[in-house]
Design a protein around this ligand. Structure first.
Ligand SMILES: [Zn+2]
Length: 459
């Protein structure tokens, strides 16, 4: 069955054009003028036709601090599609010593038959023993071509510098990309102990015990060690100018160092953690939300390609789960619910506010993500690409609210905020997933995507 998306403005990272998009089955077969072809017509007059956004940083059904993130692969990918995201790369987490295979199978099992959009996995290495390092090549064989390590969360997720270096070396040899959470875990643990001993237990102390210096130090260390190893490195969730500057410096020296920020660092600040009652707990994530003075620098870094991607780090917890940290901020589950909100917020405050072109928003939410993480058939609209397409209506007003959110969370961090435009239609491999307020697919439409190895020449 063919579909013709007619009369919209097709926006790719490199150019925009008024054109029709012809889809045959799961694939785009042409972009141009198609009069008189036999196809189901989707009228996109007045709309932007975008390659589906890709979110390379999500945590669906993730165990954290004795609980689980509140969205599974069904609810999380519904919300993704509603927000114009047609592919996610989620984090599988090593749960056992001595290898990665059993953990991957756990994550694959949870996602299988549940997702509404396509998904891949990064593998997070939490125990880089010899057997685990040896197992990395079998992950690449499965299409898992990026590995994440944490320099934070000692005794839970953190790897030490020797382990980090070993992962970098092996990933380099496998042409895989190492992703790194940059905060100095041990130094932060010291600050947390001091704060709790002094009776400082409120959510704001989560931020005060994880200062920018801790992120900048770990970022500098991470990119230096990667440079030493001759390995490419991707710094996840850059939250502040001081950390971005470390990446800028490394890139200027020729390192293959890359980074992302997330929407919450562009649109929220440390003041959200001071909200009355226990509401501040909703905004607890790591690295923490920063002083708003950082935000113009993050926008600049995106504009100048010092940072290449905006993701969400979607890791939702309900109020009741957040209350695990009542009386002890260090026990608040870390994470925000944002998977549905990225594209509408970036369009409003990026494009409409004149900070970024429509092409650059497509690049940082889709094209660069596909290239960074080896999603070869995604990230652009053209013959041969997967028909992952968003019809974005600049006149489809959207009010953020629990009532309009498909995320499985009992509050919305942007409750009451309004944007002028939002996705009217979202297609995943030629199938309409989201049609103006309604999810049309069944769980299981979304398929696992094998990813190609890292290649800096794509970027
Ligand atoms: Zn994360």
């Amino acid at each position: 069955m063919r579909k013709l998306i007619r009369g919209g403005t097709v926006v790719n990272a490199s150019e925009s054009a008024t054109a029709d998009v012809l889809v045959d089955g799961e694939t785009v077969v042409g972009v141009g003028r198609f009069d008189g072809v036999d196809a189901e017509v989707i009228d996109a007059t007045g709309c932007f036709v975008l390659p589906g956004a890709i979110d390379n940083h999500t945590h669906l059904s993730m165990p954290f601090g004795g609980t689980w993130s509140a969205d599974d692969y069904d609810t999380g990918t519904r919300a993704a599609a509603a927000g114009g995201t047609t592919c996610i790369v989620d984090f599988a987490l090593q749960m056992h010593r001595g290898g990665l295979r059993s953990s991957l199978e756990e994550w694959m099992g949870r996602a299988e038959g549940a997702a509404h959009v396509d998904y891949g996995f990064h593998m997070a290495i939490t125990n880089a023993d010899a057997a685990t390092i040896a197992d990395m090549s079998s992950m690449v064989d499965e299409g898992i071509t990026s590995f994440k390590v944490f320099l934070a969360y000692p005794n839970v997720l953190m790897v030490t510098d020797d382990q980090y270096l070993a992962v970098l070396e092996r990933a380099r040899d496998l042409e895989a990309l190492t992703m790194v959470h940059c905060e100095n875990g041990h130094a932060i643990a010291h600050l947390v102990s001091k704060a709790l001993a002094a009776g400082q237990t409120d959510p704001i102390h989560h931020a005060l015990t994880r200062p920018e210096t801790m992120e900048a130090e770990a970022t500098g260390r991470a990119v230096r060690l990667a440079g030493f190893a001759g390995a490419p490195v991707f710094v996840v969730h850059v939250s502040c100018k001081a950390a971005a500057d470390e990446i800028i410096r490394a890139r200027a020296a020729g390192a293959r160092a890359y980074g992302e920020t997330c929407i919450q660092y562009l649109f929220n600040s440390v003041d959200d953690l001071r909200r009355p009652g226990f509401e501040g707990a909703r905004y607890v994530c790591s690295p923490p939300l920063r002083d708003a003075a950082n935000q113009p620098h993050l926008w600049d870094a995106l504009r100048l390609d010092h940072l290449q991607i905006v993701s969400t780090d979607h890791c939702p917890f309900n109020d009741e789960q957040k209350r695990l940290g009542l009386g002890d901020f260090s026990k608040i589950p870390n994470g925000l619910a944002a998977i549905q909100h990225r594209l509408p917020m970036l369009w409003e405050h990026g494009v409409r506010a004149g900070r970024l072109s429509p092409n650059r928003v497509v690049e940082i939410t889709s094209t660069a993500v596909a290239r960074m993480f080896g999603l070869e058939r995604k990230g652009w609209i053209g013959a041969g690409a997967d028909a992952d397409i968003v019809v974005f209506d600049p006149a489809r007003r959207h009010v953020f609210s629990c009532a309009t959110s498909l995320m499985n969370v009992d509050y919305d961090i942007y409750e009451g905020r309004e944007v002028a435009g939002s996705p009217r239609l979202t297609l995943s491999r030629g199938t309409v997933v989201w049609d103006d307020g309604r999810i049309c697919t069944r769980p299981g439409h979304g398929q696992y995507v094998r990813r190609a190895v890292f290649d800096a020449r794509r970027l």
